[in-house]
Design a protein around this ligand. Structure first.
Ligand SMILES: *Cc1c(COP(=O)(O)O)cnc(C)c1O
Length: 363
């Protein structure tokens, strides 16, 4: 039998204190549930597409390492995303890995990473895991970004990296692009615009890459419909990408992922249609939630909605939905701006119907 006390003693001596202080990213088990908690695309592929794809996978040589630098895939991604000429690209095992690569490339004990609050949790989790200082700047009550507050925080903390999700998660809104440009212009370090929700946003900062030498842009195939694939990409000036490429593990994107991504990019229309459908369902869902007359429903440029219940009711509603087999995300408590808030991913028409019926019983 292993000596638990002795092991614990060793762990406490050896694991770095900043890692011991972290709480691991929590994923709620969702087996058999209507899963509306993680911004996944609800649609499967047309049968014909599945057939063509599976035939392609048979030829992937799994005995060989994957291509460490798949040019054809990168070019296809750049074309699909309308990346400006002259930019370079780095691929990651999801954009989460690229957030880690970015921070690893800039790491030093006296350096800090800055992001907005409320914002995407991985920016902070990774900064802390690497022993860097993390500074957050609060959004306004309407979830807009205060340029003034950002500039002050930047002057004070001199962040090497500033992460801004556009649209933001979990608030679902786009920030004013003029405000973002002022922030990029004034930033003492790199600014990373994280466009994870670009398929639903109707807006991008991609064209700004040519104007700001300290700007990088992050994208992912996850929210578009390939969360299980794990492929994200970082774009920016070749000088930056050359440096960050040194801290990327050589075979971070598997051969099955590469082959699948290339196939998907040849059938982008299917996913664009799904995104349109999701945006339509999103607008219907907003109207339905407003009709409850007891929620504040926030505008969304993403594939999810943030809404506020009456004071003190969010946890109960979340629990009752869960008991009814519908999993959404409990957001209240995550930030002072998000009291009584819940977040729901836009599902298929049927999933949304089940969610709304369960919600009617839960309020
Ligand atoms: C979901 C999400 C990601 C992570 O995407 P992966 O590519 O699946 O790792 C990154 N940024 C934001 C803002 C997200 O919401």
């Amino acid at each position: 039998m292993i000596d638990k006390a002795r092991t614990q003693n060793l762990v406490e001596r050896i694991i770095s204190p900043n890692v011991q202080a972290l709480k691991a990213y929590q994923v709620v088990p969702a087996e058999g549930m209507v899963k509306l908690d993680a911004m996944e695309n609800p649609y499967r592929w047309p049968t014909e597409l599945v057939h063509d794809w599976s035939r392609l996978l048979v030829d992937v040589e799994l005995n060989r390492y994957p291509d460490p630098d798949p040019q054809v895939l990168k070019e296809a991604l750049a074309r699909a995303a309308e990346v400006p000429d002259g930019m370079a690209m780095l691929l990651g095992n999801g954009s989460d890995e690229l957030i880690q690569i970015l921070q690893t490339g800039c790491i030093a004990a006296d350096r800090c990473v800055l992001a907005l609050e409320p914002g995407f949790v991985m920016y902070e989790l990774i900064a802390r895991s690497l022993g860097m200082e993390f500074v957050s700047v609060a959004l306004q009550a309407d979830f807009s970004l205060s340029v003034d507050d950002m500039l002050k925080a930047m002057q004070r903390h001199l962040p090497v990296l500033t992460f801004i999700a556009y649209p933001n998660n979990p608030t679902a809104n786009l920030f004013d692009s003029g405000a973002l440009e002022k922030v990029i212009e004034a930033a003492p370090g790199l600014v990373v615009i994280d466009e994870a929700y670009s398929p639903f946003a109707g807006s991008t900062m991609m064209a700004c890459l040519e104007r700001f030498p300290n700007l990088l842009l992050l994208r992912t195939l996850s929210k578009m419909g390939l969360a299980g694939l794990r492929l994200g990409y970082l774009v920016g000036a070749p000088q930056w990408i050359e440096q960050f490429n040194k801290v990327r593990l050589p075979y971070n994107v598997g051969a099955l992922t590469q082959a699948t991504a290339l196939f998907v990019l040849e059938h982008l229309k299917v996913f664009e249609r799904q995104a349109e459908e999701i945006c339509k369902n999103r607008d219907l869902l907003i109207a339905d939630l407003k009709n409850f007359n007891c929620f504040e429903v926030f505008p969304s440029n993403a594939n999810f909605l943030l809404f506020r219940t009456r004071p003190g009711e969010a946890i109960g509603i979340y629990q009752r939905l869960k008991e009814a087999g519908v999993l959404i995300k409990l957001i209240t408590g995550a930030s002072s701006l998000l009291s009584d808030c819940l977040r729901v991913t836009v599902g298929s028409a049927e999933e949304n119907r089940v969610f709304l019926a369960a919600l009617r019983k839960a309020v």
